[in-house]
Design a protein around this ligand. Sequence first.
Ligand code: CS2
Ligand code: KDG
Ligand code: MG
Length: 405
Amino acid sequence: MKITEVKVFVCSPGRNFVTVKIFTDAGLYGVGDATLNGREMAVVAYLQEHVAPCLIGRNAHDIEDIWQYLYKGVYWRKGPVNMAAIAAIDMALWDIKGKAAGLPVYQLLGGKSRKGVTLYAHASGETIEDTLDKAEQHIKQGFKAVRLQCAVPGLNVTYGVLGDKADYFELQGSRPLPPEEEWCTQKYFNMIVELFQQARARLGNNVHLLHDVHSRLTPIESARLGKLLEPFGLFFLEDASMAENQDNYKVIRQHTTVPLAIGETYNTIWDCKDLIQNQLIDYIRVAATHAGGITALRRIADFASIYNVKIAPHGAPDLSPICFAAHMHLNIWAPNFGIQEFVGFGNAHSARIFKHGFEVKDGMAYLNDAPGLGIEFDEEAAQEYPYKRSYLPVSRLEDGTVWNW
Ligand code: CS2
Ligand code: KDG
Ligand code: MG
């Protein structure tokens, strides 16, 4: 089954998505997600100029060989642009293989390890009360796990809180230049413990609570936060500190038993190797789109399983529904699946472009038995939503120092 064409699309049904479609001489095609939030066009150019020409005429069944060819053959290896491109090609090839076999991708991975995929929803509010009102709404809908993010009093904007924007799409779709946001660790500490104290008092002890620090703390500050939050039994604390230096997590781990999660910005198994094999984390959050696709995530999941680390794939709104589909197949298969982040399937515009048959009920997501990834990309609808340059924000301390967003 020969690859005959590789098409790359970028559309913006509110925010930008990069999609790859691979066609074969057997009449089958597959789709993949290559969205790199804020740097989308770098991946488009990379795919069109440097990847697509090398794939024409290759056997679409040779997923592993094509992955190795694109990874090792580039010489420079790794990197978010390269790995997002490889990821999209890899997903599209798994989609094709599934369609050729008449089987959903999870069957090719080894079959189901569970009935459905447990999700965590986002509750993000301007005040603690507002955050907990939103959490209660999710719990009423059946969600068993909720991520709590609350605006920090005294800061102009807080990560994850929507402000005057109606939804995540509006939040990102309107940033022709990067906005700047303030950060102050002291003000954050004044709010965060109170948030979880009130959350347990109001929501009880049965719901799983999560929180994303978005890498704003130093390792010793993270250690302090972990200790302060221990009484509230978090499911996990995400991105407490940056870990380009993976030893940072040794500092945190020495001090606290709060379960730790990290990985959404990682591109390869090498970025998380030390964290996993030294058992410094509990959940690895790499996304199929940013870390080399299904082939790479399967390898990371197996490696992590030896060290009691579970997968908890990134599920932000800047990953397209095709990435969510890839995660669904991995999650339903992986014996060491933990939890899946979930923010819905996008807005009414994106629903015209990405068509899937997943069901979400009582805080769980279920796959149907469509062959391949089980998701369709409507090229014509996509053309109605042209690319719009849009950036992620940049963060600064109150004295003007650039900090981690
Ligand atoms: C981000 C956010 O572009 C963006 O601002 O993708 O939408 C982010 O995903 C949210 O803050 C939720 O985590
Ligand atoms: O593009 C950046 C987002 O994906 C990120 O801010 C979302 O941290 C995030 C999360 O956990 O969803
Ligand atoms: Mg995060």
